[in-house]
Design a protein around this ligand. Sequence first.
Ligand SMILES: *[C@@H]1O[C@H](CO)[C@@H](O)[C@H](O)[C@H]1NC(C)=O
Ligand SMILES: *[C@@H]1O[C@H](CO)[C@@H](O)[C@H](O)[C@H]1NC(C)=O
Ligand SMILES: *[C@@H]1O[C@H](CO)[C@@H](O)[C@H](O)[C@H]1NC(C)=O
Ligand SMILES: *[C@@H]1O[C@H](CO)[C@@H](O)[C@H](O)[C@H]1NC(C)=O
Ligand SMILES: *[C@@H]1O[C@H](CO)[C@@H](O)[C@H](O)[C@H]1NC(C)=O
Ligand SMILES: *[C@@H]1O[C@H](CO)[C@@H](O)[C@H](O)[C@H]1NC(C)=O
Ligand SMILES: *[C@@H]1O[C@H](CO)[C@@H](O)[C@H](O)[C@H]1NC(C)=O
Ligand SMILES: *[C@@H]1O[C@H](CO)[C@@H](O)[C@H](O)[C@H]1NC(C)=O
Ligand SMILES: *[C@@H]1O[C@H](CO)[C@@H](O)[C@H](O)[C@H]1NC(C)=O
Ligand SMILES: *[C@@H]1O[C@H](CO)[C@@H](O)[C@H](O)[C@H]1NC(C)=O
Ligand SMILES: *[C@@H]1O[C@H](CO)[C@@H](O)[C@H](O)[C@H]1NC(C)=O
Length: 361
Amino acid sequence: MQRPRTTVAVQPLGCTLFLLLACLLNAAAATNCSAFATNGSAAAQYSYYRFYDFRNLPEDTWQYVKNASDPNNGTAGASTTDMGWSLDWQRRNGLLYAGEGSNLLPIDYQMDKVAPRNLTQDEADPGATTALGLYTSRQQEDRHQSSGIDFNEEKILYLSLRVRARVSGAAGACTAFFTYANDTQEADIELLTRDEPHIVGFNTQPSIDIHGNYINATHFNTSLPNGLSRDQWVNYRMDWVSDHVVWYIDGEYMGNTSTHVPVEPSHLYITMWGNGGTWTENMTLGDSALLEIQWIEVAYNLSGAEPTVDANAAVCNLDEAKSSGSWNPQSLPAPHHYEASAGYKLGMSTLFMLAAVLFTL
Ligand SMILES: *[C@@H]1O[C@H](CO)[C@@H](O)[C@H](O)[C@H]1NC(C)=O
Ligand SMILES: *[C@@H]1O[C@H](CO)[C@@H](O)[C@H](O)[C@H]1NC(C)=O
Ligand SMILES: *[C@@H]1O[C@H](CO)[C@@H](O)[C@H](O)[C@H]1NC(C)=O
Ligand SMILES: *[C@@H]1O[C@H](CO)[C@@H](O)[C@H](O)[C@H]1NC(C)=O
Ligand SMILES: *[C@@H]1O[C@H](CO)[C@@H](O)[C@H](O)[C@H]1NC(C)=O
Ligand SMILES: *[C@@H]1O[C@H](CO)[C@@H](O)[C@H](O)[C@H]1NC(C)=O
Ligand SMILES: *[C@@H]1O[C@H](CO)[C@@H](O)[C@H](O)[C@H]1NC(C)=O
Ligand SMILES: *[C@@H]1O[C@H](CO)[C@@H](O)[C@H](O)[C@H]1NC(C)=O
Ligand SMILES: *[C@@H]1O[C@H](CO)[C@@H](O)[C@H](O)[C@H]1NC(C)=O
Ligand SMILES: *[C@@H]1O[C@H](CO)[C@@H](O)[C@H](O)[C@H]1NC(C)=O
Ligand SMILES: *[C@@H]1O[C@H](CO)[C@@H](O)[C@H](O)[C@H]1NC(C)=O
């Protein structure tokens, strides 16, 4: 089967027969955007938007990710079906040592612990047959095998992050979706596999004072709404703006804070790790845990950068979509590190992919 590429430019009103179904499905969503709007108490507009979709990875794509290292590859962007996502993210690699004077184990980040997974029929969501897996396990006494992906943009100044994910496995792991500049500049969502399965943590850092007590309004240890547990598919959302961080689960408001809101341009990281410490807990030898991600959606601004805005484009609203994660602009502002690009590049909606695949079956 011939797989469509993201480099195919698709005009919403000029559909070929082959893409007719895709165009019908996508007509309402396909658009060029001048900015990306979010709702809620931290409602804002952002200049950049990405949607990384791991729900229907073709079986041969993994070969590309291993080799996709060219930072000037113009096809990186919304679609993951060509492994473009791997040009926007680096898989973590190597040992990360805890500070001196502690008994913590080194966190052993291994690139091959980030890998696509087939979902069984029981595990699947409608429309999802695969997910990106981030594994963590205890294979050795002296280290903890871990995994993580780091977003290449390093100067994010405010964002709205949404991740559809689930977490399973043994006690001793921490799942983290977070922005980070230094230890006093962090906003996060954390799930500990040692916690009861309905517990989720939201923090701005530092959240613990020098006496080891939680600092007011920096740490939210709450239950997932609607009886959900972390081993079910859940939409995690964190909005970070200048004066305020707010968290949502499946669209439901969970908490907000104005305390220790990061002010520095930051990285965006997703990690699945353990270090044998009392906080993560010491994973039993031979045990493992798994983070699975269906998609990552992020609208963000970059410190000191703005894309060239298409004068004909409109503000696109992430939260107007019928279902979260299904919305895609037709073209995406280029990442900052592609200085030479025209400001926009084409992305392709997953609906195009899905429809094209269905069409050829
Ligand atoms: C969207 O932007 C692309 C690239 O600049 C352009 O080719 C296309 O015509 C635009 N589409 C619309 C609907 O404006
Ligand atoms: C955002 O908009 C969606 C769709 O209108 C709505 O369902 C949701 O409750 C809104 N969320 C917030 C935080 O306002
Ligand atoms: C992002 O940048 C745009 C363009 O400068 C600006 O209008 C918008 O307010 C910024 N968003 C936030 C959350 O600061
Ligand atoms: C990727 O790299 C590996 C090892 O460097 C090589 O064996 C393989 O052929 C490459 N795959 C592609 C698609 O270039
Ligand atoms: C960009 O990456 C894709 C795979 O992700 C590859 O097929 C393509 O050849 C690359 N293009 C360039 C210019 O490196
Ligand atoms: C997923 O299933 C396909 C067959 O449908 C198989 O070729 C592929 O190896 C499987 N991938 C993994 C990671 O198990
Ligand atoms: C982190 O960044 C803040 C803001 O720039 C700065 O005040 C603080 O000293 C930094 N902390 C560390 C540990 O580097
Ligand atoms: C933290 O909150 C508690 C209870 O809400 C309050 O009694 C205490 O004074 C607060 N501490 C600080 C430092 O604000
Ligand atoms: C969250 O609260 C539960 C009890 O409800 C506790 O067992 C757990 O240690 C707490 N986790 C964190 C990270 O504070
Ligand atoms: C933010 O949190 C404060 C303190 O808990 C609360 O009073 C306020 O209503 C929250 N704001 C929103 C918009 O939910
Ligand atoms: C941590 O786990 C390892 C592997 O199961 C075990 O050998 C070790 O004794 C544990 N350490 C502590 C402090 O519990």
